[in-house]
Design a binder for this molecule. Structure first.
Ligand code: NAP
Ligand code: ZN
Ligand code: ZN
Length: 348
């Protein structure tokens, strides 16, 4: 079938209308009529080839929420009319130790990215959520609980899970002090989720205008990273810091906030290698770690957690025709706190 989309034809080129051909629904597949797609900073990194060479034309989008409109003959998890979501990958090898452990996000074989990837045949390019439809194996699609509106649910499929997974792994909860670096798409979900888990949350931002929002979203404390007095006062106070920053920064400055044996988990993926001074780790036996999105079961757990706590993402809904402008604003840290494309506008 032909699918209407927006694509970037070449690195750093503006997004423009594009039509691609999508496979027919197979026995284990479902067809999702995409209603909303979130804009992740990773879309911009990949379209700019920040992380290396990419596949063009590129239809970005790995925060997909929609309605199931067709199911294959062997499908058991979905029926027509269900709300379904798609995150950052649409298939993995299924046989490696990590896939078998439900940690598909760390697949040791071939992971089929939702876009800027190739299918298991290692040839067919994948196209993402800035489009009207997606066909996906039911095992890699998520059920969006009915009480979560699709627009606020879409960003959970990347921003939500990327924060939920490390917060769970490092056991954020009552009695733990969690720092979130950066109040963007990922960071604002980190504040909401860590708060809902019962942790004390400190937001560390380089934007002076975000304190009020941070507190409204659930932060107990706010530190402006350029406020040297406040940064000094908060030294050695946090158990876990999740670094969502997309740009090059002085990590030592932030590592000092972590207390004895605490951890900084990196999820932000800036273009250049991170640089740290060894003393920032050795001084308080601190750990520097990283985390990548989440597996299928954990994605479902996260969606259910958000639905139970009654929150999705804070969003600005846009028409696809505003996407280039929205990307510019993301680059300026000027988004409150996720842009979501209403894909109805693709039919305009
Ligand atoms: P975003 O909405 O642009 O948020 C990034 C935030 O970083 C900004 O809002 C800003 O927060 C802060 N920031 C930006 N430039 C900064 C600078 N020069 N100094 C200090 N802080 C700065 O982006 P996002 O969609 O949340 O994604 C964040 C990063 O995570 C990206 O690199 C993305 O590719 C990556 N990512 C990783 C995973 C994973 O699985 N590991 C998944 C998704 C995305 P303040 O204004 O509050 O300072
Ligand atoms: Zn993403
Ligand atoms: Zn695998």
């Amino acid at each position: 079938m032909d699918v209407t989309a927006y694509a970037t034809p070449a690195p750093n080129a503006p997004l423009a209308p594009f039509v691609f051909s999508q496979r027919e629904v197979g026995a284990h597949d479902i067809l999702i009529d995409i209603k909303f797609a979130g804009i992740c900073h990773s879309d911009i990194h990949q379209a700019s080839e920040d992380w290396g060479s990419a596949i063009f034309p590129m239809v970005p989008g790995h925060e997909i929420a929609g309605v199931v409109t067709q199911v294959g003959s062997a499908v058991t998890k979905f029926k027509v009319g269900d709300h379904a979501g798609v995150g950052c990958f649409v298939d993995t090898c299924r046989v490696c130790a990590n896939c078998l452990a439900g940690l598909e996000q760390y697949c040791l074989g071939h992971m089929v990215l939702t876009y800027n990837g190739v299918e298991a045949d290692m040839q067919t390019p994948t196209y993402g959520g800035y489009s009207t439809h997606i066909v996906i194996d039911e095992g890699y699609a998520l059920t969006i609980p009915p009480n979560l509106p699709l627009d606020v649910a879409a960003p959970l499929l990347c921003a939500g899970i990327t924060l939920y997974s490390p917060l769970r792994y490092w056991q954020a909860g009552p009695g733990t002090r969690v720092g979130i670096m950066g109040l963007g798409g990922l960071g604002h979900m980190g504040v909401k989720i860590a708060h809902a888990m019962g942790a004390e949350v400190t937001l560390i931002s380089h934007s002076p205008g975000k304190e009020e929002d941070a507190r409204r979203l659930g932060a107990d404390n706010f530190i402006l990273s350029s406020d040297t007095k406040a940064m000094k006062a908060a030294r050695n106070s946090l158990d876990l810091v999740i670094n969502t920053v997309s740009a090059d920064i002085e990590l030592d400055h932030y590592l000092a906030l972590i207390k004895l044996q605490g951890t900084m988990c990196v999820v932000g993926l800036p273009e250049k290698p991170l640089s740290i001074g060894a003393f920032a780790l050795t001084g308080q036996r601190r750990s520097l770690a990283g985390s990548n999105i989440g597996g299928i079961a954990e994605n479902q757990e996260m969606l259910n957690f958000c639905a139970e706590h009654g929150f999705g993402s804070d969003i600005e809904v846009i028409a696809i025709q505003q996407v280039n402008e929205a990307w510019e604003r993301v680059l300026k840290s000027d988004v409150r706190y996720r842009f979501v494309i209403d894909t109805e506008s693709l039919n305009a």
